[in-house]
Design a binder for this molecule. Structure first.
Ligand SMILES: [Zn+2]
Length: 279
């Protein structure tokens, strides 16, 4: 069985000791592709280096050049648009030079650590919208991170005119929203990515089981978000892509399919979505 891990963080310090050995083991265990969400700066440099060394390794990046969340975004709209344009030029060049950059993100909206006041919602929605704008202008599909922001994220995404990159306009990373909303996202042309939380017997895990029941396999991606979100029964351990097998098995059980079918279809979806051909 072969897998595609659509979202991981292998530039994280938790992998500094054993990254290369782990990659060798992962490939033996059937991990055929990973998309590493590396952010920017030193982590991105490392990711691009790893992408040159490992055929199975692809990169998702972001740039915070325009991300001035302490600015009065209404008063300084012109300046912000200029920074967005500069970012787009810079990223387009980077993508030209590095063909293994396949997505933009994490495009971020999250109210888990701040109070969800009307002003905070307006502010975060604005910056989240700017992330989506950069993704669209660079020509990369956005990878979306939404935390306690189900409706707010949906409202911004719904208003954003995003092109379809062959197999979906963007990916809802580690989807935790309501099952019906997952279908609404699919109607908008987005893909739903399921993490190892589906194996957890928490409220989030139980909700995710209902999401998996509803979302057709043709619109599903799978991810580890490693080193985070380790599936059961290894919850206290560092996560890595070899454990994606447990998520595949859980999805198969929920949908009454063979694990091979889940692995194969999510692989085909991810390859089409990220534009990765046969290798
Ligand atoms: Zn992540």
């Amino acid at each position: 069985m072969k897998y595609f891990d659509a979202h991981s963080h292998y530039t994280h310090g938790k992998f500094n000791r054993d990254r290369h050995g782990l990659f060798a083991e992962m490939q033996k265990e059937g991990v055929a592709y990973i998309v590493d969400c590396a952010g920017e700066g030193k982590n991105r440099d490392l990711a691009l280096q790893l992408a040159r060394k490992y055929d199975f390794y692809y990169v998702c990046t972001i740039d915070d050049h325009y991300y001035k969340t302490d600015w009065d975004y209404e008063a300084r709209a012109g300046e912000i648009n200029r920074l967005v344009d500069e970012t787009v030029v810079k990223l387009k060049k980077l993508c030209e030079e590095n063909k293994k950059i396949v997505a933009y993100g994490e495009c971020y909206i999250d109210f888990r650590k701040v109070e969800k006041t009307a002003e905070e919602v307006r502010k975060q929605s604005f910056w989240f919208g700017k992330d989506l704008e950069v993704a669209r202008k660079v020509g990369l599909p956005p990878l979306i991170h939404s935390g306690n922001a189900d409706q707010e994220a949906f409202d911004v995404i719904k208003q954003t005119d995003m092109p379809d990159y062959g197999y979906g306009k963007g990916m809802l990373h580690c989807y935790l929203g309501p099952p019906q909303m997952a279908l609404d996202y699919i109607d908008l042309g987005y893909l739903i990515s399921i993490s190892g939380l589906v194996t957890h017997r928490s409220a989030r895990g139980k909700n995710l089981v209902e999401v998996v029941k509803k979302v057709p396999l043709t619109h599903m991606l799978i991810e580890t978000d490693c080193p985070y979100l380790t599936p059961e029964p290894f919850r206290d351990r560092r996560n890595d892509s070899t454990l994606l097998r447990l998520t595949v098995e859980e999805i198969a059980k929920i949908k009454n399919l063979y694990p091979e079918e889940v692995a194969e279809q999510t692989m085909a979806n991810a390859k089409a979505f990220f534009g990765i051909g046969e290798s």
